[in-house]
Design a protein around this ligand. Structure first.
Ligand code: SPD
Length: 384
């Protein structure tokens, strides 16, 4: 809380300062270039816009990093969050203008490129792109990094309340813990949450049924829908936005379909110095699980592309990327950041999976026109 109040005071002071310097409120895309500060990317000078609109996953950045950018460059960040790739896509497809920087995942980058929603970039011209781990460069979903630079990555599994009798025999390391009614009967009255995310929930069901998480076969997808529908009455909530803070940390539930970094945040936020442990643990189901990479991209209709590129380059500074990982508990795609990342994070197998866990992880890929079948299944799932 102290940190938040400090941040708010800092932002307030910086906003007042920016206003005083420009002689009026910070301007939008149409503000005159003389109002905007100048900065450099590599050897080139760019005229920065007075504001930049950043749209990200919930709790996926250390907001101090945004305040620092404003302090260093005088650009006010307008920051907003979303809960899923599909929510982001819907916003952009509805013609939302004004966003300058977004963070879609792997498969969604492909969909957005196909729909012409992303601006083309020259990633190599950004000096800090050299900090990115080679393994994350030139990904199949964005050849040549022609649209995006990699941000953070992670895995999807199951978070569970340590100490609950249902998990005494061992971790709930099967998707049966969110789909099998007999298994769930042990703890469903204490609360189960699943991610409110179409591709993620369908993937979990597909893994459990022994199908590819990227299946395009209608019969597989209908079986996944039916599995989800029979389990749904035992779930308390569909939440992918603030489930770790509002449901897990407050003990409103005892088990959740979860993203690794969110589960780690719940662990550390409930950490007890005396017992030396947190309340929430994370496990990856043996049937297989999703591995994802989120990316920094610029919507094609951004009016502040130069400033967005400048911000993108800033996010790839080693210490900035490390600060983000130290806050979010998601691994960074930034190799140079490693020396600034807390060793407890680097050595945590629930965050950086060991090879035997990594071997069970699969990427979600673009499913082409089968996305319409997924949409149909999702409508049935959410509608009943
Ligand atoms: N709380 C932020 C979580 C962002 C994780 N990215 C999700 C990728 C989905 N495939």
């Amino acid at each position: 809380m102290k940190k938040l109040i400090g941040l708010m005071i800092l932002i307030g002071l910086l906003t007042m300062l920016a206003t005083a310097c420009s002689g009026g409120p910070a301007g939008g895309p149409g503000a005159s270039a003389t109002d905007a500060p100048a900065a450099e990317i590599g050897s080139g000078e760019v005229q920065l816009a007075p504001q930049l609109s950043v749209y990200n996953w919930a709790d996926y950045i250390d907001e101090q990093v945004l305040a620092d950018y404003t302090e260093r460059y005088g650009v006010e960040i307008i920051y907003d969050t979303y809960a899923s790739n599909e929510d982001l896509l819907t916003k952009l497809q509805a013609g939302a203008s004004g966003y300058d920087v977004i963070f879609p995942s792997d498969y969604m980058v492909v969909q957005m490129i196909e729909l012409g929603l992303l601006a083309e970039i020259d990633a190599e011209s950004l000096p800090n792109f050299a900090n990115i781990n080679e393994a994350f460069k030139n990904p199949p979903y964005d050849p040549g990094n022609a649209h995006c630079v990699p941000y953070q990555w992670g895995m999807t599994g199951i978070a569970y309340r340590d100490g609950n009798p249902a998990f005494e025999a061992g971790p709930p390391n099967s998707w049966a813990y969110i789909f099998d009614k007999e298994v769930m009967a042990q703890y469903a009255d204490e609360g189960i949450n699943v991610l409110n995310d179409q591709r993620e929930l369908m993937a979990a069901a597909l893994f459990y049924l022994g199908h590819s998480p990227n299946s395009t076969d209608r019969a597989d997808l209908e079986a996944a829908r039916d599995l989800i529908l029979q389990a749904k009455p035992m779930w308390k909530t569909f939440n992918s936005e603030d489930y770790y803070s509002t449901l897990m940390e407050s003990d409103e539930i005892v088990l959740s379909h979860a993203w690794s970094g969110d589960a780690a945040q719940a662990y550390w936020n409930t950490f007890d110095e005396e017992t030396g442990t947190g309340n929430w643990l994370f496990t990856v189901p043996t049937e297989g699980a999703v591995r994802f990479a989120d990316n920094v991209c610029i919507p094609a209709n951004s009016q502040r592309i130069e400033t967005a590129l400048h911000f993108m380059n800033y996010l790839m500074e080693a210490q900035v990327a490390a600060a983000i990982t130290n806050f979010t508990y998601y691994p960074s795609a930034n190799e140079a950041a490693k020396e600034f990342i807390d060793p407890e994070i680097l050595n945590n197998p629930g965050i950086y999976p060991p090879p035997e866990v990594a071997a069970k992880l699969e990427w979600l890929t673009d499913v082409g026109d089968a996305i319409f079948i997924y949409d149909e299944m999702w409508t049935a799932i959410k509608g009943q």
